[in-house]
Design a protein around this ligand. Structure first.
Ligand SMILES: Cc1cc2nc3c(=O)[nH]c(=O)nc-3n(C[C@H](O)[C@H](O)[C@H](O)COP(=O)(O)OP(=O)(O)OC[C@H]3O[C@@H](n4cnc5c(N)ncnc54)[C@H](O)[C@@H]3O)c2cc1C
Length: 249
């Protein structure tokens, strides 16, 4: 099913980069000021378009990492793919003050707001955390205590995007639980895992939730989403509560 895109969201606008913050060795955050402000739903994304002097253009989608608290500004977090076209441009060339064509907010399926209730099980691989982070930040900024368990896979402790912010939210102990699965590192915290997410790991994590999740969101590469979603099904979660977003290869 194709989401209906409201006309305003389909129009390109020239957004200005207002800040660039390195998050991990491979991921940087880019903050954009929007001349035509919009309010997104947590989980939505925007399209960015780069156009060369000869007219060649490339369009890529990026999830919005920020909560919808400030309609005039959004944060995107972009993972650098060495052989990529668009992501190396942002890491190596883009500067504060640059104008970038952007349209959105887009996507109506992979979204959650506090009114939708919980418990929530969020499963992210690498930069697949980004749309889940918008949901987590939205929950926090509205003062919601809907139970959320985030299962986040990353290569190493240092590759955990938004690590400081996530650890701080987990420390507040108001219904947000963080579980890390590090595929190339040893765990630093009790309850974290030193391996990839599979059916057995997913079953263990689901069993830690006092009440079965009402909504499950899985985001990352194709391979990651396939194994995490299969794991969730094997853990007894009904297919109709599982929503997925795939970032590519
Ligand atoms: C809805 C949606 C939201 C997205 N949100 C984000 C986000 O928040 N942050 C983010 O960093 N990316 C996100 N992506 C992925 C993003 O759109 C681009 O695909 C990515 O940045 C690569 O673009 P590129 O031009 O650098 O590489 P390309 O030139 O498109 O691809 C280079 C090579 O990398 C492979 N490849 C493409 N994407 C990936 C990937 N994700 N992982 C591994 N290999 C890949 C391609 O097959 C190709 O071989 C999202 C994608 C979708 C569909």
């Amino acid at each position: 099913m194709t989401d209906a895109v409201p006309p305003a969201a389909a129009q390109w606008q020239a957004a200005t980069i207002t800040a660039i913050i390195p998050r991990t060795a491979r991921i940087k955050s880019f903050f954009f000021a929007l001349p035509r402000p919009f309010t997104h739903r947590p989980g939505q994304y925007v399209d960015l378009r780069l156009t060369a002097p000869d007219g060649y253009s490339a369009v890529r989608s990026y999830s919005i990492a920020s909560a919808p608290d400030n309609p005039g500004e959004i944060e995107l977090a972009i993972d650098r793919l060495d052989d990529g076209e668009v992501s190396p441009f942002f890491h190596d060339v883009a500067e504060m003050g640059d104008e970038i064509e952007l349209r959105g907010p887009l996507g109506g399926h992979f979204v959650w707001s506090v009114e939708d209730g919980g418990p929530l099980l969020l499963v992210g691989g690498g930069s697949g955390l980004v749309p889940l982070m918008a949901m987590i930040r939205h929950r926090h900024s509205t003062g919601s205590v809907v139970p959320v368990l985030l299962l986040l896979s990353a290569r190493t402790w240092d590759d955990v995007l938004y690590r400081g912010e996530l650890l701080e939210l987990a420390r507040l102990d108001n219904g947000f639980t963080l579980v890390l699965s590090l595929t190339r590192d040893t765990p630093r915290r009790d309850g974290d895992y030193p391996r990839r997410i599979d059916a057995a790991l997913m079953s263990e994590v689901v069993a830690r939730m006092p009440v079965a999740p009402k909504h499950v969101f899985v985001c990352g590469s194709n391979a990651f989403v396939n194994s995490a979603a299969d794991g969730a099904l094997a853990a007894g979660i009904p297919a109709e509560v599982i929503r997925t977003e795939r970032y590519g290869a």
